[in-house]
Design a protein around this ligand. Sequence first.
Ligand SMILES: [Zn+2]
Length: 95
Amino acid sequence: MGFPLEFHGVHAAPLAAAHERIRWAVPVPRTDRIRGRSHTCVCQEVQFELCEAGGLAFIRRLRVLQGRVVVHETEWTVTARAVRLWELLLRGRAR
Ligand SMILES: [Zn+2]
């Protein structure tokens, strides 16, 4: 069973040999007002989401492990830094 082509979103490029290692942390509840700004395709085993909250931004990683969704996130930082990291991630230069 394939995933219909027209529903595909952004796919992150395969990881390049030279890449930045993202420091993934367990999320700490800080605010309910988190806005998704961009996300990778839901057909992938691991999904990434660029999020904004309270004037800061961060990336979320969602993985299904043993039937449960496990969420990690980057540090919350200024939007420009988070967007830069997001672009690296999409190009396979950070993961
Ligand atoms: Zn897809």
